[in-house]
Design a protein around this ligand. Structure first.
Ligand SMILES: Cc1ncc(COP(=O)(O)O)c(C=O)c1O
Length: 382
């Protein structure tokens, strides 16, 4: 049977390749972005409890109502914006799904979508499968800021959406107030949608406020804002998240969602509805992850790697120019094979493979894991 592929350019991702290499070489895996420490025991106990109490059937398509209510309360308390839990929030099986659903709800063939690179690997395929066209703009190395002048130059009458990600994977960059100002002036009086990927919400360091689109009701009117419970509550395998949008946009989002997933895992939603009532469950997350960043950065001083700034997320980029002048893929593969430490080369987050000779480390790991990795890296003589 012949399939005329909708995604002819998509192959096996580097994450699969690096994870297989990591297993083969018994490497410490600082490549893929998932925690290796236990998630909250309290949350696990809550899920167990609600399952025993019989919360095991479908919830409404939009998500378990008390969870949406508690999220609306949280949004108001953090960002002062009032959102309606019935019409503006939908629970999804993860952030990636929320992004795909939002794009599928609004994109028409030939629409242009501005994507900043390096970019999370689902964005370009998600745009292309909808027949739309990615318009790629590089974030400016080495601090990975958006050049808004370049954004203005790339706007055309076909520009349908701008995709943002803060805190940013893979760079750990975050948007500032000035970025929001620029964004606002660019989209004003246009039909441009915004997709804001905020799956690392709360994981922002050094007391800098997270510039969520939810802070800005005028921007929320044209935005899909996507979140991930898995990423922030250290349970990536749960694949649960949510999307917040304007009521009319959310109607279209739900049309796609209801014939794809329909409703998400009930016990996790019921448990989260209780867990999130305690504000400390999310207010403590930034400091928790910052401590990991600082611990890792301090350890890495024993090595010849040079850090770039990480302001949020699970990740920090490091230059290796004092060790090697190899391309980043070759270097990362050799590091896995010879030193048994797996990382991700940043060039894989660019369609054109742009290589600034930096690799990504995930520091959302136990101290023992970070210790073991850095011990191997400090003995680098390659
Ligand atoms: C920027 C970004 N968006 C979305 C996701 C996916 O979130 P989820 O696991 O909830 O689908 C990830 C996961 O790595 C990510 O880094």
């Amino acid at each position: 049977m012949h399939i005329n592929s909708k995604l002819p350019n998509v192959g096996t991702t580097i994450f699969t390749v690096m994870s297989a290499l990591a297993t083969e070489h018994k490497a410490v895996n600082l490549g893929q972005g998932f925690p290796d420490y236990p998630m909250s025991e309290e949350l696990v106990a809550l899920v167990n409890d609600v399952m025993k109490r019989g919360f095991n059937q479908y919830v409404p398509m939009q998500g378990y109502p008390p969870l949406r209510e508690v999220l609306a309360e949280k949004i108001q308390s953090l960002y002062t914006t009032v959102v309606n839990p019935d019409t503006q929030i939908t629970i999804t099986p993860g952030g990636t799904y929320a992004i795909y659903t939002a794009l599928t709800a609004v994109l028409q063939p030939g629409d242009e979508v501005i994507i900043f690179e390096p970019a999370y690997d689902s964005y370009i395929p998600n745009v292309e499968i909808n027949g739309a066209v990615p318009v790629l703009i590089d974030l400016k190395f080495p601090d990975y800021k958006i050049d808004w002048g370049e954004v203005r130059q790339k706007l055309t009458p076909k520009t349908r959406m701008i995709m943002l990600n803060s805190p940013h994977n893979p760079t750990g960059a975050v948007l500032g107030e000035d970025d929001i100002k620029q964004l606002r002036s660019i989209v004003k009086d246009t039909n441009i949608f915004i997709l804001s990927d905020e799956v690392y919400e709360h994981l922002v360091f050094d007391n800098v406020p997270h510039q969520s689109i939810l802070r800005y009701p005028d921007l929320l009117e044209r935005s899909f804002v996507c979140f991930s419970f898995g990423k922030v509550y250290h349970c990536t395998g749960w694949k649960l998240g949510y999307c917040v949008s304007a009521p009319e946009m959310m109607k279209e989002f739900r049309k796609v969602h209801q014939f794809n997933c329909f409703s998400c895992h009930t016990p996790s939603q019921v448990a989260l509805a209780t867990f999130i009532k305690n504000k400390d469950s999310y207010l403590s997350l930034g400091a928790f992850m910052q401590e990991k960043r600082d611990y890792f950065q301090q350890l890495m001083r024993q090595t010849k790697f040079t850090p770039l700034a990480s302001h949020g997320s699970y990740f920090q980029l490091y230059k290796y120019d004092r060790i090697s002048d190899e391309g980043d893929k070759d270097f990362a593969i050799r590091l896995t094979k010879e030193k048994a430490v797996a990382t991700i080369p940043v060039s894989v987050f660019y369609k054109a493979g742009t290589d600034n000779k930096v690799i990504r480390f995930c520091f959302a790991k136990k101290k023992e894991t970070l210790d073991a990795a850095v011990e191997r890296l400090s003995k680098l003589n390659i």
